[in-house]
Design a protein around this ligand. Sequence first.
Ligand code: ATP
Length: 150
Amino acid sequence: EPVKINDFLNTVLLPYQELAVAEDKTFIIDLGEEQQLSFDKKRIHQLMIILLDNALKYTAQGERITVFSTVKNNEWSIKISDTGIGITDEKKTAVFERFYRGEESRNRKTGGYGIGLAIAKWIVDEHQGKIELTDTIPKGTTVILRFPVK
Ligand code: ATP
């Protein structure tokens, strides 16, 4: 059933904002007009947790995390932008590729990239969406999510 996206996002984001502020990081929430969309609340919540955990983890004191959400042209886009340590181009693809290597790499003991973003990609795919990693200017990481609006 349809979900009010801003209500939903606020519920997800406010605890992270509190956490960020406690860690002396700026956390900006920038939501567009309220809309009702149909999606799997539990899964999208899970997805946001993965991305927000990373944003906080790789962003030092005094830095900034911004979450934008907007619906336009039949697309819901969510952008999680941080001014943290950033992510190299090589790693940008690797973090998603891991998933497709399957068993072999998952069993390997060498310090992998973790499974968070592979799960994130899976959830996004399940919703016919797109996930993209880009750089924040002048520094940091931005994750862009796009979902078709039915
Ligand atoms: P790990 O213990 O390796 O950090 P993880 O569960 O965080 O595991 P993922 O969520 O899949 O793993 O992230 C994969 C890798 O991508 C991370 O190890 C980190 O190097 C990089 N990464 C992810 N998000 C960010 C971010 N916001 N800023 C910088 N690097 C990031």
